[in-house]
Design a protein. Structure first.
Length: 373
């Protein structure tokens, strides 16, 4: 196994504190690092087809092929653009999904509302491959309901050479008509992410429930609209790569993928800080026993070292899978855009559930989107 680089050690150590972990990452054993081919547990036949409800372009499609070749189970993908969209759909009674990928704070909401099935960990032996800090997250201690999928940060991507590095969120919230990215910038179409950016810019907790602070954040979000081309959570990195836009609020891995098309794309987290997040694989409570078993087999497959590395190699997000590390090259492990250094991690915050204030965030977000620039 490769030794961890300095930045990786620092990033994982600080992330462990943020996730309320109490032990350092454990090195996988040889048995964990080279699992046998997967077989269905006895006594129940898994579903022959499952639906994976995921963010767009967030998995290498070849993984589906490999899983079907090994198990005979076909995976069909459906997509959502925000946690709120996914949550509203399931709250509205949508069924048929075997695996979903909510972010940390959304997992908390779904557990509280009884929307997730408890995992049968006997069907997921590759849970042992997770780094220790991802086995005891603040939102799901012990992985009772979910398994971490990928983790990353939210900041600003931009075209280096066309735009100076945006060192402050002021570049969005105090739009300058003379700035080259004026009118050629997008923000995520995501209520909590958008408010998090505004709140951290204003110096507030990104999970505040203070209505006066949220109104102030709403005002700067409306002010930002003058310099925006729109809100976009799906294609913003493509618009940046093509040169149609010059700056975008978004997720670090998307910008790294877009660098393959445009090497001038860069990513930064402004000096005020930003968001750190963990996405997770969970099974809706509505899944049938056959779907649940197939889903657990799929989750276990994703946790294999080779598949975990294949996932991160495709989407350029950091992996919670310690056993996958031996398959990463040094360039990936040392990239501060993937594994932020200590001084950046120290400024990042997790989005948390805010209870009844969720409806306040959504109402104010609707007001932002309907307001004239």
């Amino acid at each position: 196994m490769k030794r961890k680089t300095f930045w990786l050690l620092t990033a994982l150590a600080l992330l462990a504190l943020l996730l309320t972990a109490c032990a350092p990452a454990a090195a996988p054993t040889e048995e964990q690092a080279a699992p046998e081919e997967q077989a269905a547990p006895a006594g129940l036949e898994p579903a022959k087809e499952i639906v994976f409800y995921n963010w767009s372009e967030y998995i290498d499609p070849e993984i589906y092929t490999l899983f079907e070749d090994e198990t005979g189970i076909k995976v069909v993908e459906d997509n959502f653009s925000s946690n709120e969209e996914m949550l509203a759909k399931l709250q509205g009674g949508a069924t048929g999904y075997a695996v979903i990928v909510p972010s940390d704070y959304t997992v908390s909401i779904m557990i509280e509302e009884g929307m997730l099935a408890e995992l049968d960990q006997a069907n997921i032996p590759n849970l042992a491959n997770l780094s220790e800090q991802f086995k005891n997250t603040y939102y799901d201690p012990g992985n009772k309901y979910c398994v971490p999928y990928q983790w990353g940060t939210t900041g600003i991507g931009y075209i280096d050479g066309e735009v100076d590095e945006p060192t402050s969120w002021a570049v969005l919230f105090n739009p300058d008509p003379n700035h080259p990215a004026y009118g050629r910038t997008t923000m995520l179409d995501d209520a909590r992410e958008a408010f998090a950016a505004a709140l951290v810019y204003l110096g507030y907790d990104i999970n505040t429930t203070d209505e006066a602070q949220l109104q102030e954040a709403k005002d700067v979000l409306i002010q930002a609209k003058a310099g925006l081309a729109g809100y976009d959570s799906d294609t913003y990195e493509d618009l940046l790569a093509s040169g149609e836009n010059l700056m975008a609020h978004g997720w670090n891995g998307d910008f790294l993928v877009a660098q393959e098309e445009n090497e001038n794309i860069a990513y930064t987290i402004p000096e005020e800080g930003g968001v750190i997040w963990v996405d997770n694989m969970c099974i809706p409570a509505s899944a049938t026993p056959e779907e649940k078993l197939a889903a657990e087999m799929f989750i276990d497959f994703i946790l294999r070292p080779d598949i975990g590395a294949m996932l991160s190699d495709y989407n350029y997000y950091a992996s919670p899978n310690a056993a996958a590390e031996a398959n990463f090259d040094a360039e990936f492990l040392e990239d501060p855009t993937v594994y932020p250094p200590a001084e950046v991690l120290d400024k990042l915050q997790f989005i948390h559930p805010v209870g009844e204030a969720e409806s306040l965030y959504q109402r104010l977000w609707d007001e932002v989107k309907s307001a004239a620039p």
